[in-house]
Structures are given as C-alpha cells and as structure tokens.
Design a protein around this ligand. Structure first.
Ligand SMILES: C[S@@+](CC[C@H](N)C(=O)[O-])C[C@H]1O[C@@H](n2cnc3c(N)ncnc32)[C@H](O)[C@@H]1O
Length: 258
C-alpha cells in the first residue's frame, strides 16, 4: 500500500512552515490574544472550562490553544513534527498549559491510556485518513463514558464541485496541490487523500458506540480557503452569493454511551 503517512507528513511539514508566516493563520493576532475559534464550534462545543479536551489533527495548535484560553485542559495530536514543535513553542510563549503529541491519529488511538471529556476535530481533517471505522474507534476509545465528540468538517459535496468522486474508495487519490494560505505561491506538495461521505462518518461513529446527538449543514465557510470565495458576512464565505445555496460545512455532535 502507498506509504500515505510518509507522503502526508512531508507535505504537512512543508505546509506548516508556509502557514506559520501567512496572514491566513495570523499568528501575531493569536499571540495578541485573538481566538481562532468560530461561532459554529464555539456554539456546538459550549463551556469547556475545567474539561479535558483532545484535539485530533490540531495542526500547529492555534485552535487547541484557543480552547485552552477558554479553560480546557488540552492535548493536541498531529502527524506533522514541524506543526507539533511550533505548537509547543506557542504554548510556551503564551504560558498556556497544553500538551502536544506528534502521532498518526490511529497510532495514537492504540496507545492512548487517558480518557477525555471532549474529542474535537475540525476543518480539513477526515480526507487524510483512509478509514472512518478506524477513526471512529479511536474517537470512542479516547472518550470517557458520556464524553462528547465534536466534528466540524468541510462538506463532501465540495468533492463533487471540485471534480472528484463523492463515494469512498480504498485507494487514495494522489494529488500535487498547493496549500490554501495566501502565501502558498506555486509550490505544490504531493498528498494522499480519501473521500468520506457523511453517511460513512455517521455509521462509523454509531458502530463505535457513539450516540449521534446532532448533525448540521452550513451554506458558508468561516475560511476563504478555496479560490473564488466571497464574504457574505463576517467570517462567512461562499462561492457565489447570487447562485443557489449548497452546503460547504457539516458538523456532528455525538456522545459515547455510558
Ligand atoms: C487542514 S489541517 C487541520 C487544520 C486545522 N483545522 C487548522 O486550521 O488549524 C490537517 C492536519 O491534519 C494533520 N494530519 C494529516 N494526517 C494525519 C494523521 N494520519 N494523523 C494525525 N494528523 C494528521 C496534518 O498534519 C494537518 O496538521
């Protein structure tokens, strides 16, 4: 099988360096106290004060540390060693109590001994993983009984819009793509990605012992991360404000059975 972890780790180490100096990620704004969390996830997750929160695929930690600023006891996990190193530096710089681990999600799941109140993961995460069943088992294993999973993700309808298959295939698509921050330039990284229809994500969570509490779809994205997006409100971007509305994001809230 393709060594997808090696391919994606190399890509994300390169992308992290690009992202860290981008206005898209605005690290200076974060260091000056700005939260990188948006209304959707803040509303869905609610009060995190005093709760243990595991952030899967945390990139270089801005969202993880924003949850820490709201009082969560945070652990971030990411495949990219560059991202984890930068996240640890940001935690030290800001004096926030946070723990970051460099690991593949599935490998972390097999090793994880701790159980968390919340597992959070968001915006561009599932396409890097080959199997929703393994992902959902990792989520369930890391949660305390009664603990909550919060996923906020780009809608798989976008796969169709960008010319990809909607349905899942075992083999990844291997692509040469530039990243989404404004300073990406012409550099392309090789990436290995999979499509995951919402039905597969929900079914995998149910099979892993998660009760689904809410599924939402949103006709906008808080990030202008695709070419041709326009603002319709603060932190709300769409492709065509005059065209028919279609879903750009979805979210799932679930609870591990007690
Ligand atoms: C699009 S980013 C997540 C972005 C995040 N929402 C943000 O803006 O900060 C995807 C992240 O998934 C990580 N990743 C990819 N494959 C992974 C894997 N198998 N295990 C853990 N992390 C992985 C990448 O290193 C990257 O940091």
């Amino acid at each position: 099988m393709t060594d997808y972890l090696a391919i994606n780790k190399t890509a994300w180490n390169t992308r992290t360096d690009i992202h860290f100096s981008s206005t898209f990620y605005d690290v200076d704004g974060f260091l000056n106290g700005k939260s990188t969390l948006h209304a959707i996830e803040l509303g869905q997750v609610g009060d995190v004060s005093g709760k243990s929160l595991l952030h899967l695929q945390c990139h270089f930690g801005l969202d993880t540390l924003s949850w820490a600023r709201l009082g969560a006891k945070v652990t971030g996990v990411d495949l990219s060693s560059t991202a984890v190193e930068k996240a640890q530096n940001l935690a030290e710089q800001t004096g926030l109590d946070a723990h970051f681990i460099c690991s593949d999600v599935y490998h972390f799941g097999t090793q994880c001994q701790q159980h968390y109140d919340i597992v959070y993961t968001s915006y561009g995460v599932l396409c890097w993983l080959p199997s929703m069943d393994n992902w959902a088992e990792t989520v369930a294993k890391c949660l305390k009984p009664g603990g909550k999973i919060h996923l906020v993700e780009f809608h798989p309808y976008l796969d169709i819009k960008f010319g990809y298959d909607y349905f899942h295939k075992a083999q990844p698509d291997i692509e040469e793509e530039s990243t989404y921050s404004e300073n990406a330039g012409d550099d392309k990284q090789t990436i290995a990605v999979w499509a995951h229809p919402i039905a597969n994500v929900i079914t995998a969570l149910i099979k892993a012992g998660i009760e689904i509490e809410e599924v939402c779809e949103y006709p906008y994205s808080p990030y202008a991360c695709f070419d041709g997006m326009k603002a319709i409100a603060e932190n709300q971007f769409v492709f065509d404000e005059d065209g028919p509305e279609f879903p750009l994001l979805y979210s799932i809230k679930g609870r591990k059975k007690a």
